[in-house]
Design a protein around this ligand. Structure first.
Ligand SMILES: [Zn+2]
Length: 190
């Protein structure tokens, strides 16, 4: 088959333009994430307060080392999700979808259904010893791909909701940093 010259040109031009556009977007996001003051830092939820609020028998951890004990628990995923993951308000979670605190996990109770199951699975995997956000993210996504997508859209929606337009560039940068942490194996400073 002979490809006409004009079509040949298009075949090269279209992917070339798309690639250039993606490069420009990534460079802009990188620039923004370096110039926006809070783009690279996220608030960490107060594990102490969450455990004291939601764990009935007051499994109190006195020191930070105790709180961050990395000994994984020896239970199956289903049991962990059903017995060790609690739903909390987004305010208590300081704006994140979920957090693993010692032997308990907490997720935003307002997450949509599939997203909530995905975040619960993500935190449960941490409790079972899965370290690293990217790896944990993909493990949970393999079980709940739709939940992962819903979580991404919900997080972006909640992040931008009620924010004035002038905050959008820095919010985009913040989302870019989060995306890199969860999907591209970059480390986020916290
Ligand atoms: Zn995580």
């Amino acid at each position: 088959m002979i490809i006409p010259a004009l079509l040949k040109k298009k075949i090269v031009l279209i992917p070339g333009c798309i690639l250039l556009l993606i490069t420009i977007i990534i460079i802009s996001l990188e620039y923004l994430s370096n110039s926006c003051p809070d783009a690279k830092t996220r608030e960490i939820p107060d594990c102490h307060a969450l455990i004291n609020t939601y764990i009935a028998d007051g499994d109190i951890y006195k020191t930070l080392e105790e709180l961050l004990s990395e000994n994984p628990i020896d239970e199956d995923l289903e049991t962990v999700i059903n017995t060790r993951i609690f739903e909390a308000s987004r305010e208590e979670l300081r704006g994140v979808n979920g957090v693993a605190c010692s032997h308990y996990g907490f997720v935003d109770r307002n997450l949509p259904k599939a997203a909530k199951l995905y975040v619960k699975t993500h935190e449960a995997l941490h409790l079972l010893g899965s370290g690293g956000e990217t790896k944990t993210n993909y493990q949970a996504a393999a079980k709940h791909p739709f939940g992962m997508l819903e979580t991404v859209f919900y997080s972006v929606y909640v992040g931008f909701k009620d924010q004035p337009l002038q905050n959008y560039p820095c919010l985009m940068a913040q989302n870019w940093v989060i995306f890199k942490t969860y999907f591209l194996h970059f480390r986020t400073q916290t």
